[in-house]
Design a protein around this ligand. Structure first.
Ligand code: NAD
Length: 255
């Protein structure tokens, strides 16, 4: 077997359509020699149908990251397909409508709590649920949207992402002794299902089109997926708690 991820056993969450960033990650990972196990949330038969478009068949395990029972059972379910994990991809985000699109001042705590549980705390929950399968050299990778700034319309999702960025650093701190890395890819705007649920998302699209130094393709998930695969590989052995920007260089600009 050859390729950047030859022999790696990966658990990849977050496929809901073939535009999902996770779909591109799974495709590239398989093309580069990895064995991929997927998790799906909610519409499992849909996820299974999308998974059939991958180069290789990949099993799909049901996982709602807010469901403690499913989290507790995930290691055993994964073991039915592979004998351990070298990498875990967290490609999950959700916020109720009240939390997005300018409603920052009015969103109730219950909705904010949901956004934070699904988009932030779940990074830790998924990692600890998979720990029994992981050893030294393991890599956990998540997806963020630059949370160092307040964006129009992103609102509580931005706060959740700031928490995710911090949680990744704490995971790096707590898992470093076991030789396990935690890193994030900070992607520019991409037209996925999650993006479409953000009212006013087109503001990001225009901003990136006008300003990203390298330009930006809103429907090309591959650059972000490549960075995820690189972080899953053995080519970042001494990097943890890091955020790699894959945004056409937008983050580097001043106002
Ligand atoms: N699309 C963008 O512009 C963009 C930019 C930067 C970062 N991101 C991040 O990338 C990640 C993937 O999003 P995407 O853009 O590919 O959109 P997507 O809609 O394709 O993926 C989001 C996934 O989250 C899953 N999910 C939601 N609630 C869940 C739960 N309770 N348990 C398990 N899974 C759950 C959905 O099933 C879906 O597969 C998210 O963290 C998102 O915030 C997206």
């Amino acid at each position: 077997m050859s390729g950047l991820l030859a022999g790696k056993r990966l658990l990849i969450t977050g496929i809901i359509t073939d535009a999902s960033i996770a779909f591109s990650v799974a495709k590239l990972a398989q093309e580069n020699g990895a064995t991929v196990v997927l998790t799906g949330y909610g519409r499992l038969s849909l996820v299974e149908r999308i998974a059939k478009r991958l180069p290789e068949p990949a099993p799909v395990i049901e996982l709602d990251v807010t469901n403690a029972e499913q989290l507790a059972g995930i290691a055993d379910k994964v073991r039915e397909h592979v004998d351990g994990l070298d990498g875990v991809v967290h490609s999950i985000g959700f916020a109720p409508q009240s939390c997005l699109g300018g409603g920052f001042l009015d969103a109730p705590w219950e909705d904010v709590a949901t956004a934070v549980q699904v988009s932030t705390y779940s990074y830790k929950s998924l990692a600890t649920a998979c720990l029994p399968l992981m050893g030294a050299g393991g890599s956990i990778v998540g997806l963020t949207f630059d949370a160092t700034k307040a964006w129009p319309v992103y609102d509580w999702m931005g706060v959740a992402k700031a928490g995710l960025e911090s949680a990744s650093r704490y995971l790096a701190l707590h898992l470093g002794k076991q030789g396990i890395r935690s890193n994030l890819v900070s992607a520019g705007p991409l037209r996925t299902m999650a993006a479409k649920s953000i009212p006013g998302f087109e503001q990001f699209e225009t901003a990136w089109a006008e300003r990203a130094p390298l330009g930006w393709d809103l429907v090309d998930q591959e650059p972000a997926a490549r960075a995820v695969c690189a972080l899953l590989s053995d080519w970042f052995p001494a990097t943890t708690g890091e955020i790699v920007h894959v945004d056409g260089g937008y983050h580097a600009l001043g106002a």
